[in-house]
Write a protein that binds this ligand. Structure first.
Ligand SMILES: [Zn+2]
Length: 190
């Protein structure tokens, strides 16, 4: 019993000493500064997120969307084909609604939220295409022809997509095409 009491008191003493040291550290100027900066940073972080949301909403609102079918699925249950649309210019994509919002990163959650009170209208290019690839083709066309009108843009887009979809090329040439289009190096959704 005495052993237990001794051990118990020893721990209380030790903890008192440790807590005293912790308090000293907590009141040190550098640590006060650390907590102040952490608080400031967290405030700015939330402002940054809010501004990002407003910027993306403006971008989506002001884009004359040019849409492709970004995802086509056949539902065996009701025998219907569902087509999600994505804009080759601003990247908004209704296929995002197939996910659970909380599983998405913040930028995609913003896109998801946008659909809660906006519909996606725009000129539809009747083509099925991965949206990252579609945006890459679009960016290349406007880089070469900055003042191109929409009809020619659609024509060039279709032509480029057709060449990409139906030409058999070696892996080496595919890799150089990935580079040319500035796609992710592991891109494979041709
Ligand atoms: Zn758009």
């Amino acid at each position: 019993m005495t052993d237990l009491n001794d051990k118990y008191n020893e721990i209380i003493n030790k903890r008192q000493q440790i807590n005293k040291q912790l308090q000293d550290i907590m009141s040190s100027p550098i640590l006060k500064k650390y907590f102040r900066l952490k608080e400031e940073d967290s405030k700015l972080y939330f402002e940054e997120l809010e501004l990002y949301r407003r910027i993306k909403y403006n971008e989506y609102n002001n884009c004359n969307h040019l849409l492709v079918y970004s995802k086509v699925t056949f539902d065996n249950f009701d025998c219907k084909t569902y087509k999600a649309c994505g804009c080759i210019k601003c990247g908004i994509d209704s296929a995002i609604l197939d996910f659970k919002k909380n599983d998405l990163p913040f930028d995609k959650q913003v896109m998801y939220d946008y659909f809660s009170d906006h519909c996606l209208y725009g000129n539809i290019i009747d083509e099925e295409c991965d949206l990252e690839l579609a945006h890459a083709i679009y960016s290349k066309i406007v880089e070469v022809y900055p003042n191109i009108d929409e009809d020619r843009l659609i024509k060039y887009f279709r032509h480029s997509l057709k060449c990409i979809k139906y030409s058999r090329i070696s892996n080496e040439r595919k890799a150089s095409r990935v580079k040319r289009l500035s796609l992710r190096s592991d891109f494979s959704k041709w």
